[in-house]
Design a binder for this molecule. Structure first.
Ligand SMILES: Nc1ncnc2c1ncn2[C@@H]1O[C@H](COP(=O)(O)OP(=O)(O)OP(=O)(O)O)[C@@H](O)[C@H]1O
Ligand SMILES: [Mg+2]
Length: 281
């Protein structure tokens, strides 16, 4: 590494493993904001649930929690009791816990590191997920307190790193790759979102944001490209109506890309742990 600064990550002593009821924990991250991490977290959960898996999504974005929006769950509240917090049940039984359920839209959360860390640990210990095959953890942009806390406290099975075309984005995403390596997160692969636009009228493909970044990062760091997701101008309209686009329009290239990502995850799981193939539950 060229940097003079090194991050050391000490795993705090753990008397018990957090999230014991969850078999596979996957984090979705990127150095960059607005690249589609929350869309990927939400729709990957739906695509896996469609194949019969039990899936939860934990949204630890304090400043812009958006998983409830993508899953049509805005305004819902988890039930809180002395036993813990019960996640909100979303489409196809996907269980969701988001800071967005606990805050209102207009009040900013102004917290420093220790408070954030405390809140994340509380979420990790107090949410009653029940038996889950997967927990997808949606992280905010950057390489700050949230990814660090999750990496330190939880046995994460793998990270998916989201990128979009453009050189500027590529540079920032490389930081997330290095961050993941520093903190011992296994990078499962890259997803390049908003990769291209396919015009159904002309049949032409346009690179709206510029050249691919995933090809370069994949080659340089030896990380597989899981999928390239197109820009779909229809998506935002469905999201704002609380509808799940990939369930409403399963034949679109965007929905097919999510099927490909679910297949990648299924194959990976079958390699590391053949006991959880979809026939077994
Ligand atoms: N493939 C796509 N086609 C069209 N719109 C998209 C696509 N992917 C994401 N979007 C839109 O881009 C916006 C940003 O997506 P999203 O919130 O998932 O990004 P994010 O990386 O989680 O952002 P943040 O860093 O703020 O958490 C959303 O409005 C989403 O609907
Ligand atoms: Mg997000």
């Amino acid at each position: 590494m060229g940097s003079r600064f090194r991050v050391t990550v000490d795993k705090p002593p753990q008397s018990e493993e957090l999230l014991p009821e969850v078999r596979h924990r996957i984090v979705i991250m990127s150095g960059k904001g607005g690249v589609g991490k929350s869309l990927l977290s939400s729709y990957l959960a739906v695509a896996l649930a469609k194949r019969g898996y039990r899936v939860g999504v934990l949204d630890v974005d304090f400043h812009g929690p958006s998983v409830p929006i993508f899953l049509g769950l805005e305004g819902r509240k988890p039930s809180v009791s002395l036993d813990g917090i019960e996640p909100v049940e979303g489409p196809l039984g996907v269980r969701v816990m988001s800071l967005g359920f606990l805050t209102d839209d207009e009040t900013p959360i102004i917290w420093r590191g220790p408070l954030k860390t405390g809140a994340i640990v509380q979420l990790l210990t107090q949410v009653r997920w029940g038996e889950q095959d997967f927990l997808i953890i949606d992280l905010p942009p950057g390489t700050g307190d949230e990814p660090l806390t999750v990496a330190q406290r939880v046995r994460v099975d793998g990270a998916i790193i989201v990128t979009t075309p453009s050189k500027v984005v590529g540079r920032v995403v490389v930081r997330a790759v290095n961050f993941a390596r520093h903190v011992g997160l296994k990078v499962l692969g890259l997803v390049e979102n908003m990769s291209y636009f396919y015009c159904p009228e002309s049949g032409r493909v346009y690179s709206i944001f510029g050249d691919s970044t995933s090809d370069y990062i994949s080659q340089k760091y030896g990380i597989p490209i899981i999928a390239k997701i197109p820009i779909d101008p229809e998506l935002p309209g469905y999201v704002s109506r609380g509808l799940i686009y990939i369930l409403e329009k399963p034949d679109t290239p965007l929905a097919e890309a999510f099927e490909g990502i679910a297949t990648f995850i299924e194959n990976w799981v079958n390699q590391v742990n053949p006991s959880i193939s979809s026939e077994t539950h």
